[in-house]
Every structure is written in C-alpha cells, then in structure tokens.
Design a protein around this ligand. Sequence first.
Ligand SMILES: [Zn+2]
Length: 372
Amino acid sequence: MEVNKDKLLHWLQELIRIPSITGNEEAIASYVSQELSKMGLHPQVKENNVFFEVGEGSRSLLLNAHLDTVDVGGEWKHDPFGAVMENGKIFGRGASDDKGNIAAMLEIASLSRNKKMNGRLIFAFTTGEEFGVKLEEKGSYVLSQFLKADKALVLEPQNDVDDKRVNIIYGCRGIENILVRIKGKGSHTGYPERGVNAISKSVEVLAKLEKVDFHKVMAMDQEIKTICMPIRIDGGADIFLVPDRCEIMIHCRIAPEDDKIVKQVEHVCREVCGDNFEMEATYSAPGYIEDPNDELVDIIRQEAQRFKFTTQNRFAGGRIDASIFKTVANIPSFCMGVGNRDQMHVLDEFITVDEFITCSEMLKNIVFTYLS
Ligand SMILES: [Zn+2]
C-alpha cells in the first residue's frame, strides 16, 4: 500500500494556503481535524493541538509535526500562501517547515485505517514550536502532560535533498535567556572616579563570561558545550554622565542536562558587580540527548537505504520539540522528516515534489515497520 501522490499534494497545497504563523493556529488545527474526521478518525483538540491514536497493543509510537510557521519575513517572488507549483517545487511559507510533514502524517493516518498494526500509533499536531512561545504554552508541552508512548518521532524537514541524505537527530541544545541589569553610579564625566560606570562593568562581565568553563557532554564523538552570548545591550544616560545602568540580554544555548548555567552567570556578575545587579531568567527550554543505537534509528537507516538515501546521525543546531517529549513526557525521541533542512525559515521556501513523495513513502514504511 503506497502513499497517494495526488492526496499528498492536495493536502500540502491546502495547508500552505492556510496561514498559521505562531499564535494563529486555530484555522489550520480545524482543517486538520476536519480532514481526519472525514476519514472516520476521531481527533481530539486541546488548545489548537490535534491528537488521536489508532491501533491497539502494548507497543506505541508517537508521531508529531508542528502546525505553526515563522512569519513571511520579507519580499517573496512567490505568494507565500499561494502554494504555487513550479519546476518540480511547491513554494510557500511552511512548505518544508513543517507542512510537508503534516501532509505526510495525514496520509499515514489515512492508510493506518486499513493496516494491521502491532501497537498504537499516536498522532500529535502541535502549536507554538517556532519562536517566542513560552515552554508551558507550547503544544508539545501541553500534550506531554498526558500523552504516553514508547518512542516519539518528531517530524521536521531534516533532509539534505541534493545529497540524498536523511539526517536523524538524536539531541539538541536547550535555551536559557538571562536578562542582567547592572547598576552603576551616575556622576559627572569630568569626575568619573565619583561614579561607577555600568557599561564598563557590563564589558567586564561579558569578557569574564567568555572564559567560563561551561557544561559539556559528549554526543557520539562530538563535544557539545553550552555557549553563551550577549544578544542585546542597552545602557547609559546623558552624554555627560557616567552611566548608572546597563542591561544585557544573555542568550545561552545549553548542552543537555546543564543545570548550572544560571548559577555560573550569577557568579560572574557577583565577582564583577558585587550586589549591584539583578538577574531574571526570561526564557528556558530544555535540551536533550538520546542514544542513537536504537531500534527506531536502525529502521530509519534500513528504509532510507531502500530509497537510495544515506543517513547521518546529527546533534541539532536549533532547539526541537523532541526535547520536550523527552524531558517532560519522558518519551525517548528522535527527529527526522520530509523536506529540505536548508529551506527552514527562508524567503521563497519550497519543498521538492519528488523528495516530498519519496520521503513520505519512506516515512510511512518506517512507521509501519516499527509497529509490525
Ligand atoms: Zn519546524
């Protein structure tokens, strides 16, 4: 039983035509749930997250793709919500990230109705994966409160299409944003010794931060270390005043299981400023790491081979929702999926039709082999 190319293309184009920039997932959630209902399936919706399961048995696999996209973000040559097909590509915001995978999941859901499976296949279409959504408000977090599965496969466009390579993600860094407010003491710039320059203190803090030995873990043969960088700075007062305040936003990409980053930043601030600073952790999301010697990874590798794709285990650069299923729901999680990873968040985003169809077929085989 093969995936149906016409249905896949139809769904993908319809999905692209429904704008679903983060925070506006209601319309796409209702489209997805209507399509599933038409198949005779019984999707549930919670805060615009759509989920349901098929099959029975003790084994279980969670399949996830996100409903939201980043904003259009500039001038496109193609209508970002037009889903135009041109030269074997379909263009639109979300074409690769992540609507190709939503369409593939719809087709797998449709096929699962007539498939004898050894176990349960759980579908989760989630909100708020992209920027700016607090951890507790992300769909993956909301569903992680009650979904249970032996394993999760989080679908993101991770393929290197030109090289015919499937990337299998087994971990990612987390994020910690720390806002530091440094207090100085204002004075006449002709008598700087009477004041404390908050900007100079900030520079000292940043220089010291670069020397900290941050948390690290080994991921296969690669060292993954917490990285810390200033991403916004704002301070000073008038042009003849020693600045009495400076605010730095410190953005940290944290190695998995780093539970000391906030303490380390605080320690540096205290060394430089004494008590004259305040700190606020404004955003946190966990990282995670999984052992890639796993049955599911083996199946992905075998199926990729059948389609003449090579595979590569990778530690992700960005944060992915697999980290939430792993750390909040305690479900071992991997990430892969249809679509080109260099198309994430770019202008004139596209998906290559051939790859989309071939890799949807591959994905269907991976899922049904895992539950066979
Ligand atoms: Zn994505």
